[in-house]
Design a protein around this ligand. Sequence first.
Ligand SMILES: C[S@@+](CC[C@H](N)C(=O)[O-])C[C@H]1O[C@@H](n2cnc3c(N)ncnc32)[C@H](O)[C@@H]1O
Length: 320
Amino acid sequence: MGPSDGLLRFGRQHLYLHSSERMPELRSGSMDVIVTSPPYNRGKNYDPRYSDRLPEKEYRQLLLRVFRECHRVLAPDGVFFLNIGDGARDQGKSEKVCAWAQEAGFHRLQTLVWLKTILGKGHFTPSGQGRRFSNVFEYIFLLSKTKHPRLDVRAVGIPYADKSNIGRYSQVDLRDAGNVWFVPYRETTGATVKKGHEAPYPVELPWRAIRCVPQARRVLDPFAGTGSSLAAAESLGIEGVGYEPYPQLRVIERRLATPFHPPPVVLLPELERSVRFLADRGLLVRPPGSAKLPAREREAWDTLGRVLEALRGGLPPRVS
Ligand SMILES: C[S@@+](CC[C@H](N)C(=O)[O-])C[C@H]1O[C@@H](n2cnc3c(N)ncnc32)[C@H](O)[C@@H]1O
C-alpha cells in the first residue's frame, strides 16, 4: 500500500487520488454497482482545498459531471445506490441531488431509508441543536440505467417473524428486510474512523448494497472518502474502484486493513416475542434483595424493567 502515481492499491481495491468528474481509467459499462455518498455541501471540512459550501449552481455542476461519468461506466443492468441525507435545517436537498442523477440519465427505482438509530441503539449527531428534531435517517436512492436491473433483495433478508408465512410467500425462512435499513454506527463521532474524516458511512451500508446485486464483480465509489465502499468490496472478495482527491491516507489504510464482519441478521421481532413470552410466564422476575446486587446486574434488571414497560405500551415520563 502507499500511493504511487496518484493511485493507491490494496488487495482487489484501486483508489485514484483525483476528482471523479473524469474517470478515464474506467471503460464504459464496466462497473456492476455504484455505491456512494457525495459531499453534502453543508460546510464539512474535508480538506482546506475543498469548499463544502459551494453556490448551488456549482454544486449541481460538480455532481452532474460525476453522475454523467457514473452513467457512462455503469453496466446496462447495473445498479446505483446514491446515499444522501437532509440536515435538520436543510430540508429537501436530497431530492434535488436525486433529480440531478436523473438528469444525468438514471432511472429512479426506489427510495430506501438508512436509519441510524432506533430506541437508543445507534449513534447520531444531535444536529437539531434542541430547536429541531435531529436528523436520524438518510436516503439511499436506488437508481439504474434500465427499468429492470438485476437485484436480489433477499440477499440481505431476515427470517419471518410469523413462521406460517414460510411456504406462502417463499419456500425458505427468508424475506426481504424492506426499504428501511437499520445500520447504526458502531463508533461515535469522536471515535477512530471518524477522526480524520467528517462523513463516513458504516461499512455495512455499502456491504448490503453490493450484496443485493448478484452479478456484482466490480464496484465503484466516485466519492470514496475513507474507503468504506472499497472495504465492503474487499470483504466480499470483489474488485473496487474509488476516487478521492483529498485522501486521509492513514484513515483509508486503517479502514481497508480492518476486516469487516457483517453483523448477525436483525432478530428484534424474535427477541421481542421471546421477552414477552418469558415475562408473561413469570420467568423474568427480579431477584429479591436486588439492591444488594452488583451494579452491573442491577442496571441490567432496571433496563429489562424499562423494556417490559415499553413492550406493554408505557411511554417514558415527560421531560418538562
Ligand atoms: C460524504 S464524503 C464520502 C464518505 C464515504 N462514503 C466514506 O464512508 O468515507 C464525500 C467525499 O467526497 C470527496 N470529494 C469532494 N470532491 C470530490 C471530487 N470532485 N471527486 C471525488 N471525490 C470528491 C470529499 O473529499 C469526501 O471525502
